[in-house]
Write a protein that binds this ligand. Sequence first.
Ligand code: UDX
Length: 438
Amino acid sequence: MRIAMIGTGYVGLVSGACFSDFGHEVVCVDKDARKIELLHQNVMPIYEPGLAELVASNVKAGRLSFTTDLAEGVRDADAVFIAVGTPSRRGDGHADLSYVYAAAREIAENLTGPSVIVTKSTVPVGTGDEVERIIAEVAPTSGAKVVSNPEFLREGAAIEDFKRPDRVVVGTDDEDARQVMRDIYRPLSLNQGAPLLFTGRRTSELIKYAANAFLAVKITFINEIADLCESVGADVQEVSRGIGMDNRIGGKFLHAGPGYGGSCFPKDTLALLKTAADNETPLRIVEATVQVNDNRKRAMGRKVIKAMGGDAHGKTVAVLGLTFKPNTDDMRDAPSLSVIAALQDAGATVRAYDPEGVEQARPMLPGVEFSASPYAAAEGADALVIVTEWDEFRALDLGRMAKTLRTPLLVDLRNIYPAAEAERAGLELVSVGKPRKG
Ligand code: UDX
């Protein structure tokens, strides 16, 4: 199969690299000449474990290439994937579809045969209809079919998720287009038995939003249960285990923490609420989730201040982990931004360490001092706060930390450390959703 991938963001680049690894011939197209130039030099625009190696080996095998020339990419393609960004539109939270529609128009202008046009970007219900209208207007005789094929990969585990998905959702009623999609995903269904779920196009578009919203609800639910655990003296990790063992609930996405962030959950929940409002079908549970999660991030800053005795003035706080989750350099809607803002507003000085996110974080965090190691950040500080659970924070020398800090206080917002371990090291530990001592 010959595939064109329009957009080399997270989803486009990972999908393009993985499709070429399946043996397809893939051309990745991006308007950003600098990005394409760097990709030619095997420099990845994002931090994603294993991606540079995957790209290099497929480029070497002659199956994967990069260009700024959309016409070249689209020429003779069996399928053209649209994987451009759909950011929240400023002001109203609607998904901004201008990049998707511009790509559709340009693809239509350059089609050379009856290609399948696939929207992989997360797009609101009905976007496929508009893409189809654009194609029909610009290239009425092309015979192109428009398909929805949302992507469920997670940052930091993107390649694994792409290659071993729980399911692949394909939205189209057209049998020829379904066959093209079967051929593209054949290596997956052969090796892993990953089911291809065929649905209507609008249904497929909604599945993506409903999945993300459901996961956001699940996380927010356990976060509120964590608060209740603190009030009544229960342990949220055991509650998670206890409810997660019920197959109907499932154990994943039940880790209490500082609230969800990232490029998907915040943006997609808002876009879903817009669709719901436009169609006069309110989604109250998702509305509450968005509100509770927004409040939670700053509340975590207040939790740190409370742990320091209620006053942050003149105090120094060491923050470990800035990115919205580990194994990424992505700072979008990261809880650390709100936690740090709350601390600074209360008069604290913040020192921070992150393994990969500093370059992205620096311009977003004025007044923060960046350290070269967790211990350097902790030097003379009044509290050590774990905001993101990078693996390297799981094996800190807590005894050394206790001596490095001015006040031996660890606020563990990801529940990495058990109370006994912190106690042995001489650290006072404040976790999320745990019974308080004494
Ligand atoms: C998410 C979806 O998982 C993925 O299917 C979709 O394609 C894109 O959005 P991603 O944003 O990369 O992926 O990360 P994910 O691992 O889902 O985490 C999202 C946020 O939820 C992070 O801030 C994470 O820390 C938080 N989270 C996740 C929790 O607080 N608790 C959990 O149990 C799980």
